[in-house]
Design a protein around this ligand. Sequence first.
Ligand code: SAM
Length: 239
Amino acid sequence: MEFFEIMNTACINEKLYFDKEKYDKFMKYKDLIKEWNEKINLTAITEDEDIVKKHFIDSIKIFRFSLLNTAKRIIDIGTGAGFPGIPISIMLPEVEVVLLDSLNKRVNFLNEVIKELNLKNITALHGRAEDFAREKGYRENFDFAVSRAVANMAVLSELCIPYVKTNGYFIALKGPSVEEEINEGKKAVVTLGGVIEDIINVDIENTDLKHNLVIVKKIKETPKIYPRKAGTIQKKPIK
Ligand code: SAM
């Protein structure tokens, strides 16, 4: 129960219920990350305490935007080893979560985590965000799209906002300094049908880490021409 207290404190601060069952799932997840990280490149963060603080608690901080608790369907774009999507699924087991990543090895890892942790209502998909966003059942089909450490705001908005229903939200988990990135990403957000509603600073307990949640509300449908093809988005971001 080495990390129970710090995880519980983080959950209490975000008004989340935490218990031993959830804790055990996180610890099993940590062990799987360490085991698989020896075979495939999942994360540069490998110490137990760092995994707990910089991956688990950092992901849990997304609940500072408390409307996330009202979601029925959430997609995590470029989820990698499952952040923040797996922690969200552990915290909200009744909510449907879709994890999307373009690297198949990571999706295989996610499927193993889903099986071993006995997570329900969660699917890991292999593919590019640009492609699934054109599929029926995905486009304009989620209450929330979330993403951490995938691209700058201009590019990320084009990868994420098409998935969100009108009146839903896109939440980008960002590092400590976001102002310049947000200024450069504003045009993309608006073009894709969104508006930046808030930027929420969050501290990670027992660290000096300060992160930001960029909250984008979708106020109208994304024009059909977006997202553009893979490559074009990154080479010619909407600016
Ligand atoms: N979100 C995780 C985290 O915070 O630990 C992973 C971040 S990792 C730096 C970026 C991930 O995004 C990689 O796993 C990569 O395969 C995925 N990715 C990048 N571009 C993508 C795209 N266009 N569609 C789907 N996945 C993508």
